[in-house]
Write a protein that binds this ligand. Sequence first.
Ligand SMILES: [Zn+2]
Length: 136
Amino acid sequence: MNTQMENKAPNRLMSMATMKCPNCHKGSMYKNKSILPLNEFMVMPEHCEVCGLKFEIETGFWFGTGYVSYALSVGTIFVLAVIFALTYGFTWRNNSIFIFIGVMISALVLLQPWIMRFSRVLYIYVFVKYKSSAFK
Ligand SMILES: [Zn+2]
């Protein structure tokens, strides 16, 4: 018997931020909560441990995430550029552009594990809605 509470969809953004299964919003999409150890940061269970959703919906499903992570990287660069312009400032008279390039590359390298993880989360949330049984 389902109560009204159980039928109410959990907050999508919260579930995405915590990288939960798009179908039940309970099971974790990744084996480890942390990105450490680094050689396992992309390891996902084959099926959701709570609802049994198959994460890799079809062979090559994750191929499209390359575009998502590219978009996330571009977005990150844009946000960094705005922050940098407001705090340090860009001018042609000093090396600010080179400092920014250094900051940008370091930030992208450091953020890459999260960008790659979130691109899969964003991607699967487009295809799988809450409590859909389409992909069981
Ligand atoms: Zn699930």
